[in-house]
Design a protein around this ligand. Structure first.
Ligand code: SF4
Length: 222
């Protein structure tokens, strides 16, 4: 179905899906708790392979001890590991947090940069984290691709690609820039609650009429 659709038709269908999801999930924000750009970056790094609820349990303690990049750049590695151990992969995440903080202090005077090109050069920061920061902190459109977005954009027939950077490009062609961040946030929520990986609940899905359900009956995609 997707292969036969013109860009105009894809835009129209994406618009319908976008409006339906906006009604379902009006609060289109990431569910991580943070107050500053650094805290947004740190929480997003911690969210890899962990739930946002789990991250929100450890960040109050972490941010009390290390409230900004300067504090984290000088942190004791073992102490950080202890504070974040419950989020999993804590050694790797500690390396990312301290490495990111040092880069931000050394190259950007302690301020999280606001350009994709600079953000992805920071240790532990990929395009997903960079787009979260652009969209949530700097008000710049960023299409966030995580495992849910990858699965849903495929099932919905909006892309056939699996590389997050290419999915971003496909989605940017069919959605207005103002919708990039909120639409991707809503896909994440829909992927968690309805279009789950192993058993999508198509019968109670609000966008079922506009979804070709590609790949639903074959092997589920991450
Ligand atoms: S109709 Fe099914 S496959 Fe399509 S978005 Fe809804 S739950 Fe997912």
């Amino acid at each position: 179905m997707a292969a036969r659709e013109s860009i105009a038709d894809l835009k129209k269908r994406a618009g319908k899906v976008s409006r339906a999801l906006a009604k379902l999930y009006p609060e289109a924000r990431i569910t991580l708790d943070f107050e500053t750009p650094w805290q947004c970056l740190a929480a997003t790094i911690l969210s890899a392979q962990s739930t946002d609820v789990g991250v929100n349990r450890v960040t109050p303690g972490l941010f009390r001890e290390y409230p900004d990049a300067r504090a984290m750049a000088a942190a004791d590695r073992r102490h950080v590991e202890e504070l974040i151990v419950k989020t999993g992969f804590f050694r790797q995440k500690t390396r990312s947090l301290i490495g990111a903080a040092r880069k931000i202090v050394e190259d950007y005077g302690g301020e999280v940069p606001s350009e994709m090109e600079a953000l992805v050069k920071i240790p532990g920061v990929g395009r997903k984290t960079a787009n979260v920061i652009l969209g949530h902190i700097y008000g710049k459109p960023g299409f966030v691709v995580d495992t849910h977005v990858r699965r849903l954009t495929y099932r919905l027939g909006f892309t056939k690609r699996t590389d997050p950077a290419k999915i971003e490009i496909d989605m940017q062609k069919i959605l207005p820039a103002r919708d990039w961040t909120p639409f991707s946030m809503r896909l994440i929520l829909h992927g968690r609650q309805v279009c789950i990986a192993r058993k999508p609940d198509c019968e109670r899905c609000a966008v079922a009429r506009d979804c070709p359900k590609i790949g639903v009956r074959t092997a589920p995609r991450g």
